[in-house]
Design a protein around this ligand. Structure first.
Ligand SMILES: *Cc1c(COP(=O)(O)O)cnc(C)c1O
Length: 220
């Protein structure tokens, strides 16, 4: 292994405010790289394919907290339900229903985030603010007793226009605080936004969880 994963993780973490959780997005990377990150204390890892995450889960220490950051196909949910720590991409009621069902089968309460569509691109998934507001108002804890909606996730537009990225993150952060203050949910405390290219802006706008891949593990 030539890529200095351990050094990258350590220097990245050293510059991070303590209230921000770093999810090391290890998709497509070999388990040796995750092991190197684990050895310097990294515990939160993100993957975007269920099968790959399940394979890595089998091979790596069991105190790793696995984050599903990708778009999940319905028929794959059952493979991660036994062990996943946080599902970031809940983008429609149907998916909440499915995850709730698999969580029930596993006798678990699974933590998840509502993905909000904040980008200009059509290709990004998620609820719009109106849909999310309605969902959160309608007692989701009763409707999905095996889920805990812990907060929100968003991906900004892939653009060089930093003002646009900032506006999108600021909008999501404002919505997050609005929903927190309404207090529909007991533990609504995670705002997952920011990737390698835009995490600094995301943190300035209030992210307390960032999802970093290529900066830590090298280009994919
Ligand atoms: C791949 C991925 C990341 C990490 O992206 P980098 O640009 O490599 O940091 C973050 N979030 C999601 C949803 C991803 O799919």
């Amino acid at each position: 292994m030539t890529y200095p994963v351990a050094e990258k993780i350590e220097s990245f973490r050293a510059a991070l405010p303590p209230e921000v959780e770093l999810v090391a997005v290890s998709k497509t990377k070999p388990v040796e790289m995750l092991q190197a990150a684990y050895q310097v204390g990294q515990r939160h890892f993100g993957e975007n394919r269920v099968q790959e995450m399940a394979d890595k889960y089998e091979q790596l220490p069991k105190d790793i907290k696995w984050h599903m950051v990708g778009h999940v196909q319905s028929n794959k949910i059952k493979y991660m339900a036994p062990f996943v720590h946080l599902v970031h991409g809940m983008d429609k009621p149907k998916r909440l229903k499915e995850l709730n069902k698999e969580a029930a089968k596993n006798n678990r309460q699974i933590d998840c985030l509502l993905q909000i569509h904040i980008a200009q691109e059509e290709s990004k998934f998620g609820f719009d603010y109106t849909e999310a507001r309605q969902l959160l108002e309608q007692k989701p804890g009763e409707k999905y007793p095996h889920l805990r909606i812990r907060g929100l996730m968003g991906m900004a537009t892939l653009t060089d226009d930093q003002d646009q990225v900032r506006r999108e993150f600021a909008g999501l952060a404002a919505f997050f605080r609005e929903q927190q203050s309404l207090g529909h949910l007991a533990a609504f405390d995670i705002l997952s936004m920011g990737m390698s290219g835009d995490y600094q802006i995301a943190m300035e706008e209030g992210a307390n969880m960032i999802r970093i891949g290529s900066t830590l593990f090298g280009p994919r």
